[in-house]
Design a binder for this molecule. Structure first.
Ligand code: F0G
Length: 359
């Protein structure tokens, strides 16, 4: 077999592309669903990690981008544009390169992780570092696309992005043979929680699964407009990917929360970093800080009992999936700042033994 074909082909009956369109793919999707033993023990549930950092550019954005760039190419666009906290720009730049389109990315100056900037540089994007935050970048990208029809906006306000991203929910159900009871994920601009909810509800509507999960979304405390109920003018968090004060899909995220009987809550940077370290050192899964917000939130709701709040029966363990959205290599600076420094030793076996506390 030729292997995993990418999500447009894998879910051809559920992800629409224009008739006859050339599919722009890097064989994204088909990411691992990894059992998380340490986390399961800690929270008293069966916890799985959907490892989206395994996508071609290291984040879930590739799911939306294969569809968005396929549409843009079919529509005759000459270029794509996006606002980004880093991952969308890396993904847009890669898929544009593959499609032979130009790309322009608008990022908040000084506020995107170094690996993401390096990706956009490597893929040959026109990179504009905006002297503002993500919300400013999105407004500028929208205005530019509106004024220039040959430039396609590929942020998740473009509905075809959601069509691609919903396939992660399909994959989880396909592997588990059912829907999870609870699904946790980080929330920034709120496209992804919208996409997962669409995926889960589509599968249930069509009888592929019997139930849908409670959707638990987590924002960073310094950038939690959906928790506070109003925009945050100067969002701030170490989780730069979700440093967003006015989520474009906020209303859809609240609908996913309410329809699923879930919640959207905030986690502090300290909770995020604790989960970040736990995932790397106890599960062997290195994610970027924003991704750890899903697990930080799970730990919080397990600790105060909200995880089990509407458990109707005691039939088997609660099945929980946490999406970890991006690869830890995206943000090496945070790793070096928050983990233990490497030790320098001379070329001497005794020095190695001493440094490792061996007798
Ligand atoms: N996790 C990561 C690693 C992200 O990059 C993002 C969003 C999210 C979570 C939140 O997803 O916005 O759909 O609620 N990153 C966007 C970007 C904003 O520009 O890369 P969301």
């Amino acid at each position: 077999s030729p292997g995993w074909p990418g999500l447009i082909h894998a879910y051809a009956d559920r992800v629409a592309v224009p008739p006859g369109a050339a599919v722009v793919t890097l064989q994204e999707g088909g990411t691992p669903l990894v059992p998380a033993g340490a986390l399961s023990d800690r929270v008293g549930a069966e916890v799985w990690l959907k490892v989206e950092g395994a996508n071609p550019t290291g984040s879930f954005k590739d799911r939306g981008m294969t569809v968005a760039v396929t549409h843009a190419l079919a529509a005759g666009a000459r270029a794509v544009i996006c606002a980004s906290t880093g991952n969308t720009s890396a993904s847009a730049a890669a898929y544009a390169a593959r499609a032979g389109l130009n790309s322009a990315v608008l990022v908040p100056q000084g506020k995107i992780a170094s690996g993401k900037l390096a990706q956009a540089v490597a893929y040959g994007a026109r990179i504009l570092q905006v002297q503002g935050n993500f919300d400013d970048c999105l407004e500028l990208a929208r205005k530019t696309a509106a004024a220039h029809p040959e430039i396609e906006l590929v942020n998740s306000v473009n509905p075809v992005r959601i069509e691609g991203q919903k396939t992660a929910a399909f994959e989880i159900c396909d592997v588990l043979g059912r829907a999870p009871d609870v699904h946790c994920l980080p929330v920034g601009n709120a496209g992804n929680i919208t996409a997962y909810w669409k995926g889960f509800t589509e599968y249930q509507r069509d009888g592929v699964v019997a139930t849908t999960p409670r959707m638990l979304g987590f924002q960073a405390a310094g950038a939690a407009p959906l928790v506070l109920g109003h925009p945050v003018p100067n969002p701030d968090t170490i989780a730069t990917a979700i440093r967003i004060g006015a989520p474009a899909s906020g209303a859809q995220a609240l609908r996913a929360r309410d329809e699923s009987g879930g919640l959207i809550d905030a986690v502090t940077d300290e909770q995020i970093l604790d989960a970040y370290r736990l995932l790397a050192t106890n599960e062997g899964v290195f994610v970027e800080p924003a991704s750890a917000a899903s697990v930080a939130g799970l730990l919080a709701v397990a600790a105060d009992g909200r995880l089990f709040a509407d458990r109707k029966t005691a039939a088997g363990p609660l099945v929980v999936v946490c999406t970890v959205t991006g690869n830890g290599l995206k943000d090496p600076d945070t790793a070096m700042l928050t983990m233990t420094d490497p030790v320098v030793v001379p070329v001497a076996a005794e020095a190695v033994a001493a440094a490792l506390d061996l007798a």
